[in-house]
Design a protein around this ligand. Structure first.
Ligand code: TRP
Length: 337
């Protein structure tokens, strides 16, 4: 197969900032990561350097990094087919981040809306410089691997635009070094909404009853589905504007069972919300039960988990190293020896 066209490269990252993934992480991102392994050269990164841009606790970070790895493996990321690694294990991320920071305009970075969103509470004065330069580090994550495609949620679109700008800028100033990546935003399942506040995206910051954490006891998640907010009508119909709660449940149901929303509407025609919720609760339990068991089993053997991550890091370095070497040379750093 030496003359085969190489598979396009995909890179994505997830922050180790929660004890458990929630359903929105899974359906909006992780599931696509798993699927893309089939026809991509995949690099998946647990971005612990990004994880320290906001308040953090070292012991908690350590635990959450392993939890993220275990959940990715349990979800179906296969280390034989994908490179699964931890960002801090590959020094090139921080190194390229610095260089890119030096070709990013201060004003350009100031326009990143996620920074503004994340600092509304405390104000920019209290935010860290790390949080400010976060998108630059993310650009480096992508560029180091010459990724063609980057599956992310809609909230990361602006960061991808910055990545494309920086890759293009570096190339024109210093000679072609980087591939300019394409975003890959999955439409149907990208937006899973909070079960209690279906106007907002499911997020751990809304914590509590509207967010379905995959590692919670299955019975807890079944209950969250059964108590999801719905409107006062009774027909099970997909209508985001007037029935955001029901539409969200249909989206989740369709995604977890690989059926279409239209089929579900037909199935529940003439039946009430109660039936839908009861069935979806069962679907969710069937999904989370084995996922949780598998994750907990992997967490029981941290040495083996660390071994898998070390292998991933070693392969990631094989790719990131030459990219960084080219960058250092092009910007005029003399060789270390
Ligand atoms: N910023 C991303 C998020 O919060 C995480 C991330 C960091 C990432 N580096 C990345 C995503 C590189 C894709 C590619 O979701």
């Amino acid at each position: 197969m030496s003359n085969a066209i190489p598979a396009p490269r995909v890179l994505s990252g997830i922050q180790p900032t929660a004890d458990s993934f929630h359903l929105g992480n899974y359906l909006g991102a992780v599931r696509q990561w798993v699927a893309m392994q089939d026809d991509h050269d995949a690099f998946y990164c647990i971005v612990d350097l990004h994880g320290i841009t906001v308040d953090f606790e070292p012991a908690v970070l350590r635990d959450r990094t392993r939890r993220a790895a275990a959940q990715l493996l349990a979800a179906g990321i296969d280390p034989e087919r994908s490179t699964l690694f931890v960002q801090s294990h590959v020094a090139e991320h921080a190194q390229l981040g610095w260089v890119l920071g030096c070709i990013t305009g201060f004003g350009e970075a100031s326009r990143m809306t996620q920074f503004k969103d994340k600092t509304v509470k405390g104000g920019a004065e209290r935010a860290t410089v790390g949080l400010f330069t976060y998108p630059v580090l993310m650009a480096g994550d992508i560029m180091l691997y010459q990724a063609d495609r980057v599956p992310v949620g809609g909230d990361q679109r602006q960061h991808l635009e910055l990545t494309r700008d920086l890759a293009g800028r570096f190339n024109s100033r210093f000679g072609t070094t980087f591939r300019v990546p394409e975003p890959y935003i999955v439409k149907e399942t990208a937006k899973i909404l909070d079960l209690q506040t279906p106007e907002k995206q499911m997020s751990k910051s809304l914590a509590g009853p509207g967010c379905l954490f995959l590692l919670d006891k299955p019975s807890v998640n079944a209950k969250k589905i059964r108590s999801a907010v719905t409107d006062s009508g009774h027909d099970v119909r997909f209508d985001e504007a007037n029935k955001p709660g029901i539409s969200n449940l249909l989206t989740i149901y369709a995604a977890l069972t690989s059926t279409s929303v239209a089929d579900l509407e037909q199935k529940y025609e003439g039946r009430g919300y109660g039936d839908l919720k009861k069935d979806l609760a069962d679907v969710v339990v069937d999904f989370v039960t084995p996922f949780r068991q598998h994750t907990l089993a992997l967490l029981n053997d941290p040495a083996e988990l660390d071994r898998v991550l070390a292998e991933g890091a070693s392969h990631a370095r094989d790719v990131a190293g030459p990219t960084l070497a080219a960058v250092y040379d092009r910007v005029g750093f003399i060789p270390a020896r």
